[in-house]
Design a protein around this ligand. Structure first.
Ligand code: NAD
Length: 523
């Protein structure tokens, strides 16, 4: 299938038009944003068959997984954004003490401008349309550049997008490396990139030429700790499912298992049972099991199985002609094994054994911070592991579910990425929090505030500094261990205020509490 890439001229024109329409302020209107979100929901709902078909052609993935992991999850994101965008976008008044009450310190949530979303191939809907939901909710104009690797999905998105979405707000641009680099050389106010860390660095470097903030949604080796306090039957079912969905090509798939040798042997028996339940006639003949996306990825994974020093105890079958690779479990995997070097991103699950949790945590900490970390064990064990390690997300007793919960920020830490999206977090990522103050500058209140703040003007003097300190300086609210800081002793500090200051602060408090209504006569 030939995917048409957009020309240089088309890319430049789309970028210029979106910048112009951002400047026309059309996207500031919350109702306009909500309408675009609704259209996005209809795009998904009306085209379930076409989307499932395109993804089946790209990844050999079954309709069930596409509906569950892409359409359902992404529709939920749209609904969450549609329901909450008005409240997310509201100005937030911040209380900063009576001194600033007249100034009404406020955070205005404003769109950043024209933004770029670069997607990855493994979940062409949820990791490509997902960030667009956040960009739209926040009121930006945006270009989505789908991954050319999932070409059928990219083509479908380019066809469907103009039928549903207003071109003044969003566009889809297709292309490969050359087109992406051309996009990256343009000026953006935010770039969200999903993919591998090598390209993540290129994106961050390109963005730096404009000092453009970025969100990098990368991958990593997400470990699964299995403690002997866990129910191993449940553990095996959940881990094997998470490893085999989309043929293991999931950024938050379990990458490897860490457990003691005793747990390993019991867990392997449970894996075998789960395997036979999931695919009674083998994974190859199952209509539920996906394929590896292309020859290059198949070759990379095949090389792991050819050279690993771990023992293949479950699975291991593969067929390069149809890019089939069976869910495969390796036991007693050496720590310096090929399967333990980079993110696997396929249906291979090495198990490494450790003597205890502490050793497992040290191993995880000796490597890049993973995108997700999973713990099967009791709450105490989970807390210990949570405290001793770092990761983008953490789930106890299950896997990958945190991606589906819109009220949780989704993102990595360190080499697994930075910044986040989903729900409110996504809205904030694509918004600028504009610190705003409304200083009274006319009428009686203007006069009062002017009097209050007058000591800031030259000629400076110690007296003026003391008055400013009394007005706006904060006393240390804590004591030195062996000394008493007098200013902080309750009740004393107030004695240093003049009666005029107290009156002004009292008026400010009233103004703050009653929105100025009580003092309207002063204006
Ligand atoms: P990919 O090959 O589709 O690349 C991602 C994007 O980068 C594409 O749009 C592609 O056109 C662009 N690109 C590729 N090379 C480029 C270059 N040299 N310069 C500029 N742009 C370039 O996807 P991938 O990187 O193979 O994706 C797999 C990785 O993505 C895995 O590591 C996975 O963990 C990660 N991932 C992360 C998330 C997440 O949400 N954190 C989600 C999905 C995938």
């Amino acid at each position: 299938m030939e995917l048409r890439y957009n020309t240089k001229e088309e890319i430049q024109a789309a970028h210029a038009e979106l910048r112009r329409s951002f400047d026309s302020h059309v996207t500031l209107d919350i109702e306009f944003r909500k309408h675009q979100l609704k259209q996005l929901a209809f795009l998904l709902q009306d085209n379930v068959d076409a989307i499932a078909d395109a993804i089946r052609k790209d990844l050999g993935r079954c309709r069930f997984e596409t509906v569950f992991a892409e359409i359902m999850v992404t529709t939920n994101s749209v609904v969450e954004a549609h329901q909450n965008v008005a409240s997310w976008a509201k100005n937030e008044s911040r209380w900063a003490g009576a001194v600033w009450a007249f100034h009404d310190p406020t955070v205005r949530k404003e769109p950043k401008g024209t933004v770029l979303v670069i997607g990855a191939w493994n979940y062409p809907i949820s990791v490509q349309i997902g960030p667009m939901i956040s960009a739209i909710a926040a009121g930006n104009t945006a270009i989505l550049k789908p991954s050319e690797v999932a070409a059928h999905s990219a083509k479908l998105l380019a066809e469907l997008w103009p039928k549903y979405m207003d071109p003044r707000m969003t566009r889809v641009i297709n292309g490969a490396v050359e087109e992406t680099v051309q996009l990256l050389d343009l000026r953006w106010e935010h770039i969200l990139y999903t993919g591998n860390g090598r390209v993540g660095k290129i994106v961050a470097e390109k963005a730096a030429q404009w000092l453009c903030p970025t969100t990098l949604e990368l991958g990593g080796k997400s470990p699964v700790f299995v403690d002997d306090s866990a129910d191993l039957k449940i553990t095996a079912h959940r881990v094997l499912w998470a490893k085999s969905v989309n043929c293991g090509q999931t950024c938050i798939a379990p990458d490897y298992v860490i457990c003691t040798p005793g747990v390993q042997s019991k867990l392997l028996k449970e894996f075998e049972t789960a395997y036979n339940e999931f695919w009674p006639k083998g994974a190859k003949s199952s209509p539920d099991y996906a394929r590896i996306v292309n020859e290059r990825q198949f070759g990379r994974l095949n090389n792991i199985l050819e050279t690993t020093k771990g023992s293949i105890v479950i699975g291991g079958q593969r067929d390069a002609n149809v890019k089939f690779m069976e869910p495969t479990i390796l036991k007693d995997t050496p720590r310096d094994d090929i399967a333990m070097s980079d993110e696997i991103f396929g249906p291979i699950l090495p198990i490494i054994t450790v003597k205890d949790i502490d050793e497992g945590c040290s191993f995880v900490n000796s490597r890049d911070q993973p995108l997700a970390l999973y713990v099967f064990g009791n709450k105490k064990v989970t807390e210990e592991i949570a405290q001793k390690t770092r990761s983008g997300g953490l789930v106890q007793g299950d896997l990958m579910l945190h991606f589906c919960v819109e009220s949780l920020p989704f993102g990595g830490t360190g080499p697994s990425g930075y910044s986040s999206y989903h729900g409110r977090a996504g809205f904030d990522t694509f918004s600028h929090s504009r610190a705003t103050m409304y200083a009274p500058n006319s009428g009686f209140l203007g006069w009062v505030v002017e009097k209050l703040m007058a000591p800031r003007y030259p000629p400076y003097s110690d007296g003026k500094l003391a008055r400013l300190g009394m007005l706006a300086g904060r006393k240390l609210p804590f004591k030195r261990p062996s000394q008493i800081y007098r200013g902080a002793v309750k009740g004393k500090a107030i004695g240093r205020f003049s009666s005029t200051s107290i009156l002004i602060l009292f008026l400010a408090l009233l103004y703050r509490l009653y929105g100025g209504k009580a003092l309207a006569f002063l204006r």
